[in-house]
Design a protein around this ligand. Sequence first.
Ligand code: PLP
Length: 411
Amino acid sequence: MTNISNPAEIEKLRKDFPILGQKIYNNDLIYFDNGATTQKPQQVIDTIVEYYTTYNSNVHRGVHFLSQRATDAEEHARRTVQRFINAQSPDEIIFTKGTTDSINLLAFSFGELAIQEGDEIIISRMEHHANIVPWQECARRHKAVLKVVDFDEEGVLDMEQYAGMITDRTRMVALTWVSNTLGTINPVADIISIAHSHNVPVMLDAAQAVQHMRVDVQQLDVDFLVFSGHKIYGPTGIGVLYGKRKWLEQMPPYQTGGSMIKTVQVDTTTYGDIPFRFEAGTPHIEGIIGLGAAIEYVERAGIEAIAAYEHDLITYAKEQLGKIGRVKVLGASRPKAGALSLVIEGIHPFDAGELLDKKGIAVRTGHHCCQPIMDYYGIPGTLRISFALYNTKAEVDILARTLERVIGMLV
Ligand code: PLP
């Protein structure tokens, strides 16, 4: 296992990411927009190239060599995901287009299975829009009620309100593990145990968790968990819905067509078993295989080592950026994962972000698909710094120095 707490190892590991060697406006690229998408290591790129150059073929259909090889690679990737999140069976791993697609699948299929007029779904005010809108639509379709857990000034969920919100009509709790905007790490074990004490299933949006910390779905006893490949060093267009077998086997399909059936006659169809029942049509084969390679890459670095390294880095960044005049780090008193959101007094985040870009520093500005968070703080947006295993304290120092100068130019 690569010991990534050793800075020399990080320098070595950075070479795996060809894009990081680039100059942007004659500056070394400093990429702090990892919450939006991470860069890809050469190992992932090579895996995809190898697929297209040596065994490109459709899966689960052909008797020929290439098709069998592609099918083996796809199912190997499914087992890799299963191992990584410690699911009981590869059948519980559904490949989707990404977190958004996974949540839409769940909100549709679980809604069909279990949500009726007057039932309740619980989300929070810190969710990404991807974990709000599908549940709004689900509630509208089934005449259910959407209940929303608040958070405080420090970006901490109101757990008392949450615990008091669950009733015998609650059918689903769908919450984010880590906020993509605030970096808040929610107390997922408590969230799950409270919901389960009322026999309510829980879905965790792990889009900003799986790349930063150990995820063990069996230990958590979580019912559903979703994430995107492109935020964990894998390709775009691929994601995962984990679901406990007992739920998936009851849920009706979301999309229908080829690959998800057992038998079809022109007037009637029987559906296939999980996971294929939820994977209609030709899958994103290169994406699945690439995601498997990305997870193997993370496993080699070691997810615990990544978590420790990033924790140190984000704590350092919080201190350094918080020292700059006019800069406020939202929820600074709390432990963070993945991202920090800055509000700069008197300066629009977009203006600061544009000037940082001219120095080769990529950050994100805006509402980060979390408009309810912006409404809570009464701001148009934040400047978000988000981290990956290849970021360094030296990069944080350059960011802090440059941001200080940028603020000086804008006031
Ligand atoms: N949920 C969270 C917490 C996110 O950060 C994101 C993306 O930023 C999403 C959901 C949506 O992910 P995707 O766009 O990959 O579907």
